[in-house]
Design a protein. Structure first.
Length: 323
C-alpha cells in the first residue's frame, strides 16, 4: 500500500463520492476531520463550476494546514465517470490535471489514457469495481488501487458478499484495496481491514451530515430508516442500485412490486417516471447505524472512537493460552 502510506488520516476511511450529495463543504469537512473526502465531478454544474470548486477546496485545505501544522488535512479525491456517455470527461479530466487532484476515482470503465494523464503529474487513480473481472481489467490498465463495491453498498452497488469479493481480489492483487458495502461504524472499518482491505469506503452515513447537499427530508429519512428499508432495483436508472423504500412510496410507487427496467444507462435521459437521485433517494444497508444528523467532523470522531474500541476489544493480548 506504499502509494497511500503515511497519509495524515484519523482512520483509514474514504468518504465515497455521492451524486448530488457531495460538494465542497462536505469534502473540506471530511478532509479537515482526517478522512479522504471526495465528490463526483458531475456534481459541479455547469461544468465551469468545477474549476471554482477545486480552487476553493485546495485553498481552504491549505489554510487549514498552515494553521494546523501538527494536524494537516487528509487529501481529497474527484470521481470521474469514464463511460462513453459522459460528454464532460475530457473537460473534467483537464481540470483535475490543472489542479493536480491528489486522488482520482474512476467509474464505469477503465481508460488507460485517463490513468496516464493523472499519473503524469503524480496523482493516484482508484477504480471502482463490482466483479473480479472488472478488477482484473482495471489492474491491467494501470489503476493504482481498486475499490471493491460489494453487496449492501449505496448507489449502483454489486451483489457479491464483501467476504467473497475481497478474498478473490486479494488472491492476485497486492495493491491498495478499498471496500464499499454497508460500512457505517468504526468496527466495520476495522472488519474491512481484517478481511484484507486497506480502507473502508463510507457513503450513506455522510448523507445525514450538516455539510451534505441532501435535502432535510432525505437526511431525516436516513436517520429513521434501517437496512430493511433499502430496495435493490434497476427500475429507475436501468442499472441496479440500492434505494430508500420510503422515497419510492412517496413517489406513489410500490417498492415491493417494481418491474424490471430494460433501459440502458444514460446521463442525459428525459423520462416522466421518478428519477433516481432527484426523486428516488439512494443509500446503502449500513444506515441502521445512523441515529441523528451530525457534522462530518462529529461523524468521523464517532467512527474513530468505535474503531479504537474495536481494536482494543478484539486485538487485546489473550489472557490465556488456547489449546
Amino acid at each position: 500500500m506504499s502509494i497511500l502510506q503515511n497519509l495524515p488520516l484519523a482512520l483509514p476511511v474514504i468518504g465515497a463520492p455521492m451524486f448530488t450529495i457531495s460538494g465542497p463543504e462536505l469534502v473540506i469537512a471530511q478532509c479537515k476531520a482526517g478522512v479522504i473526502g471526495s465528490f463526483p465531478a458531475l456534481n459541479a454544474r455547469p461544468a465551469e463550476v468545477l474549476d471554482e470548486w477545486l480552487i476553493r477546496i485546495r485553498g481552504e485545505l491549505a489554510q487549514h494546514d498552515a494553521a494546523n501544522p501538527a494536524r494537516p488535512a487528509a487529501p481529497f479525491a474527484v470521481n470521474l465517470i469514464v463511460h462513453k456517455s459522459n460528454v464532460r470527461l475530457e473537460h473534467d479530466l483537464a481540470l483535475c490535471v490543472k489542479h493536480r487532484v491528489p486522488i482520482v476515482i474512476t467509474s464505469l470503465g477503465a481508460r488507460p489514457e485517463v490513468n496516464d494523464a493523472v499519473h503524469a503529474y503524480g496523482g493516484i487513480v482508484l477504480h471502482d469495481v463490482i466483479h473480479v473481472t472488472h478488477a482484473r481489467k482495471a489492474a491491467e490498465r494501470n489503476a493504482d488501487g481498486l475499490i471493491a463495491v460489494a453487496g449492501g453498498a449505496g448507489g449502483h452497488a454489486g451483489t457479491l458478499s464483501p467476504f467473497a469479493l475481497v478474498q478473490e481480489i486479494r488472491q492476485w492483487w497486492p495493491g491498495p484495496l478499498v471496500l464499499s458495502g454497508a460500512i457505517a461504524t468504526g468496527a466495520a472499518v476495522l472488519a474491512a481491514q481484517v478481511m484484507g482491505a486497506d480502507f473502508g469506503y463510507v457513503g450513506s452515513a455522510f448523507i445525514a451530515t450538516r455539510e451534505s447537499n441532501a435535502p432535510p427530508e432525505y437526511k431525516a429519512m436516513i436517520v429513521s430508516s434501517h437496512a430493511e428499508d433499502v430496495v435493490y432495483t434497476n427500475f429507475f436508472s436501468g442499472v441496479h442500485g440500492n434505494y430508500l423504500k420510503p422515497s419510492i412510496v412517496r413517489a406513489g410507487l410500490d417498492p415491493d412490486n417494481l418491474p424490471a427496467s430494460e433501459r440502458s444507462m444514460s446521463f442525459a435521459e428525459g423520462s416522466s417516471r421518478p428519477k433516481a437521485w432527484r426523486d428516488i433517494w439512494g443509500c446503502g444497508q449500513g444506515i441502521g447505524a445512523v441515529s441523528k444528523i451530525v457534522t462530518a467532523g462529529e461523524l468521523v470522531a464517532r467512527l474513530a472512537h468505535e474503531y479504537r474500541a474495536a481494536q482494543r476489544r478484539h486485538f487485546a493480548p489473550l489472557s490465556h493460552s488456547v489449546a
